[in-house]
Design a protein around this ligand. Structure first.
Ligand SMILES: [Zn+2]
Ligand SMILES: [Zn+2]
Ligand SMILES: [Zn+2]
Length: 118
């Protein structure tokens, strides 16, 4: 079981690289060249979207519409929580989890190791 930390808001590069494994055609990443998810600490993982209870679109019976815009902010000047980029633009909601598995080498750890070597 992973422990939920909370909701984070990330830029389009972070969102795309999570969804597709890639985002931009070069290393520009919207202009500042910051690698997606470079601000994610080892031992943490993310899942795309907003947790059900974080939505603000429930009706009086607690039901949610099939589509809503709670998970996206059209324009934000806040820092991307995934990579630390300050580029203004779209922000998408992710849930941040802390891994509580005691495996010495989790997938995230290996990825972080790669990032520091390359
Ligand atoms: Zn990018
Ligand atoms: Zn919603
Ligand atoms: Zn980002």
């Amino acid at each position: 079981m992973d422990a939920l930390i909370g909701t984070i808001w990330v830029c389009v590069c972070c969102m795309l690289s999570h969804a597709n494994g890639e985002c931009c055609t070069d290393d520009d990443h919207g202009g500042d060249g910051i690698e997606p998810w470079s601000d994610l600490e080892p031992g943490h993982s993310v899942t795309m979207g907003l947790l059900d209870e974080e939505h603000g679109c429930h009706d009086d019976e607690g039901n949610r519409p099939d589509e809503c815009d709670c998970e996206c902010r059209e324009f934000s000047k806040s820092r991307c929580d995934g990579c630390g980029s300050w580029l203004a633009g779209h922000r998408c909601a992710f849930a941040l989890w802390r891994r509580v598995t005691r495996l010495p080498m989790s997938h995230v750890n290996i990825m972080a190791l790669y990032a520091t070597v390359s």
